[in-house]
Design a protein around this ligand. Structure first.
Ligand code: BGC
Length: 743
């Protein structure tokens, strides 16, 4: 588009000064994003600048030409706007100055296409849940996943990806945890930051979202998340800060909820003071879809762009400028931030166009690599890997003959290779947005890997029948699934459709039972002692079937580690009951739920997840960082050094008989604080091999936020540290302490 525009300008014999400047910025990357954006925005009229700040819905269900169920709200009964590709958001171009349209699609797990309704028939590579990406503890895989996603978005014509969910897991029943990267600020920030960088490497803008403290879906449009500033800065804001540093996202999406009484999208502390002030964030702030509540106040606080909603506040922008309620400079600045990000990410110089070539095989391989590295072996009494002695293998339940489950909501990807909808017990809009299984069958993949074995399948709908078949097997693999979706939290941390009973009965019939969990959150596992192995497969994406089969059969050894604590009971949680939760008022996407604002307190403060467990001396079912593999590792000779940074050097040995990958984790407790993850190393070792490993602590993690001084400080005193296999595992491995001066 820019080339055509430059051509047009140069052909005009009477070039204006503004036109000449624009032609120069369009073709000169060397000028840099600030100067280029300034020239373009200065050439825009006020109307054109305002036009950039109002997103329209980028799809209309009427364009599908199919009858819509009565439960679809009136606001969604529209045609797709001309020029839009059919996605979450669209902002028309300003062709006169060479500003392309903003084509925004959801992207947590691939190029989104909710229920397949936004672009009929358009499929994309579906990545495993972001939780699986976090469980890899491997930012280089997150970068590769982001680059894959960015390339696909670019080839489909999208130049903004609504990716980068980095809300910490504070509520283990949150229906959207699968889109996020777990409970630890360093891990989540590193993984999501790398994913964002990957997307942007392909010249597509990425967001990070939902800024901030959007920890539950219950009452998601109105709840008031209450946390003091120091704790906020040391936890959820820290995750955003790390992700923004690493990924340099072009946009930040502010959340639906309130923070300490003020909606996130008009929150001067959050947007003005922290993001644009302390962090000097140069990109733009867009609201979540329907998350703005004011015009002048929101703009003043730092919101730059309003997402589609039926009663738009930014519709009054021109009148507000005319009456002096909003300054033209603020409008210009908001437009500038958008244009600047487009230049900074390379959108102008390498515009996305529909119809690009997609290397589907290479992209599927990325999805499989993430699935293989992100599944977590929680328990293994020796049932896995399935050895050659396992001649009769019985596979039960979870649609394992068909495919693998994915998470629901705006992040939904319609995977290449087809899908099926599970409409069991659903009506109305819930049936319209039913859970999606990608057609990647673990059963078929296992049969292909084990042609020597007799592999039989039972769908698990009749518990007695399944248990009887299980009895006759050498090894049983039970697949259990639990859908999660945007807009609602889970009623309880258990398995639906009677699957807990099914597993208990199968485990009682045959202790050589491995359970594969396709879930987006921790569950309680009342049957745990009855089964021999548990593989946490999350939602494993496009190539989930082959990835699960390869791990079960031992072709690849598991290497994922839990990015969130699995509690042993809901009573261990800081909020045993979800604030505002009503089991009878849960709807997909939260559509049509009207509740009064209510408070969500966070007694855990900055001690999210494993740090709360340490503070309360609680034992979880499985700890943050936990994950087994088919070999064992030993730690020895820990040496800790202090000074400017803290680091730990130790010897790691593969003490087993197979090659394997360890994720060695360094935890430090500053004086008077609980331990937190400050660094890790993913180390692959051959059997018997030893290596000296050094982990440097990220210095931000050693400091605390001093509210009075408005600064980060490292306290003087004793720093306890341990290197371990999981949070809380310090008795198993090595620990040390250092006495440090303050900084
Ligand atoms: C979600 C966002 C999403 C947006 C656009 C909202 O409901 O909270 O994560 O990007 O919709 O689909």
């Amino acid at each position: 588009m820019l080339k055509r525009f430059v051509g047009l300008l140069l052909m005009t014999s009477t070039l204006t000064a503004a036109g000449a400047a624009l032609a120069q910025v369009a073709s000169s990357e060397a000028l840099g994003p600030d100067a280029r954006a300034k020239t373009m925005v200065d050439a825009m009229t006020l109307d054109e600048q305002i036009g950039l700040l109002r997103t329209q819905a980028g799809f209309g269900l009427l364009s599908l030409g199919v009858p819509l169920p009565p439960s679809i709200p009136q606001s969604m009964r529209k045609a797709t706007p001309p020029g839009a590709l059919g996605s979450a958001g669209y902002v028309p171009p300003v062709e006169r100055v060479g500003m392309p349209a903003q084509q925004m699609s959801d992207a947590s797990l691939g190029v989104g296409n909710l229920g397949g309704f936004l672009r009929r028939g358009d499929e994309a590579t579906s990545l495993p849940a972001t939780l699986a990406l976090a469980a890899t503890f491997d930012p280089s895989l997150a970068l590769a996943a982001g680059e894959m996603l960015g390339a696909e978005a670019h080839a489909k014509g999208f130049n903004v990806q609504l990716a980068g969910g980095v809300n910490l897991t504070r509520e283990p029943r949150n229906g959207r945890n699968f889109e996020y990267a777990g409970e630890d600020p360093l891990l989540a920030g590193q993984i999501v930051g790398a994913q964002v960088a990957g997307i942007q490497n392909r010249h597509v803008v990425s967001t990070v979202k939902h800024f901030a403290l959007n920890a539950q879906e219950t009452g998601r449009f109105v709840h008031d998340a209450q946390l003091d500033e120091a704790a906020l800065r040391e936890s959820d804001l820290l995750a955003f800060e790390i992700a923004i540093d690493r990924g340099r996202p072009g946009a930040v999406m502010c959340a639906y909820n309130k923070i300490n009484g003020v909606y996130a999208c008009e929150n001067p502390f959050l947007l003005g003071k922290v993001l644009k002030g302390d962090w000097k964030y140069p990109g733009w702030v867009m609201s979540d879809w329907g998350a703005s509540h004011s015009l002048a106040a929101a703009l003043k606080a730092g919101l730059d762009q309003e997402s589609p909603q039926d009663d738009p506040y930014f519709g009054g922008l021109k009148a507000a400028v005319a009456s002096g309620g909003v300054s033209p400079e603020r409008v210009r600045e908001a437009a500038y931030r958008i244009v600047r990000s487009f230049y900074a990410v390379g959108v102008m110089d390498d515009p996305a166009k529909p119809g690009g070539v997609i290397d589907k095989d290479a992209h599927a391989q990325v999805a499989e690599d993430v699935a293989l590295a992100g599944m977590v072996l929680l328990k293994n009494d020796g049932v896995l890997p399935l050895t050659a002695i396992a001649r009769k293998i019985v596979v039960i339940g979870g649609f394992a003959d068909k495919g693998v489950l994915s998470g629901g909501g705006s992040s939904q990807v319609m995977p290449y290779g087809g899908h099926l909808l599970d409409r069991r017990g659903l009506e109305g809009i819930a049936a319209f947005l039913a859970p999606v299984y990608g057609l990647s069958s673990p059963l078929a993949a296992l049969k292909a890997l084990r042609p020597d074995a007799d592999v039989q399948f039972d769908d698990g709908t009749d518990v007695a029948r399944a248990a009887a078949l299980a009895k006759s097997a050498d090894v049983v693999v039970v697949f259990a699934t639990r859908p999660e979706e945007e807009g609602m939290d889970a009623i309880a941390p258990d398995l639906p459709y009677g699957q807990d009973d099914l597993i208990a009965a199968v485990g009682a019939a045959n202790p050589h039972t491995a359970v594969v969990l396709e879930t987006g959150n921790p569950i309680l596992m009342p049957w745990l002692s009855k089964v021999g192995a548990v593989l946490q497969a999350w939602y494993p994406g496009q190539r989930g079937g082959p990835a699960i089969a390869k791990l079960l059969a031992g072709e690849v050894a598991p290497s994922g580690r839990l990015p969130m604590t699995f509690p042993a009971s809901v009573a261990q949680s800081p909020r045993p009951a979800i604030p505002g939760f009503d089991p009878n008022n849960r709807k997909p996407l939260g559509l049509g739920i009207k509740v009064e604002p209510f408070a969500v307190p966070f007694p855990e403060g900055a001690d999210v997840g494993y740090r709360w467990f340490e503070r309360r001396k609680e034992r979880p079912l499985f700890a943050f960082g936990h994950g087994l593999t088919y070999t064992t590792f030993g730690y020895a000779k820990l040496m800790a050094t202090g000074g400017e940074g803290v680091s730990a050097t130790f010897t790691l040995t593969n003490t087993g008989k197979r090659a394997g990958t360890e994720v060695a984790q360094l935890y430090v407790a500053p004086p008077g604080k609980t331990h937190r993850l400050v660094g890790w190393a993913r180390v692959a070792l051959a059997p018997g091999e030893s290596r000296q490993v050094t982990i440097h602590a990220d210095p931000r993690l050693l400091a605390s936020y001093d509210l009075k001084a408005g600064a980060w400080r490292r306290a003087a005193g004793r720093y306890d540290l341990y290197v371990g296999k999981a949070a809380g595992s310090r008795d198993l491995v090595a620990q040390a302490s250092l006495t440090e001066g303050g900084r």
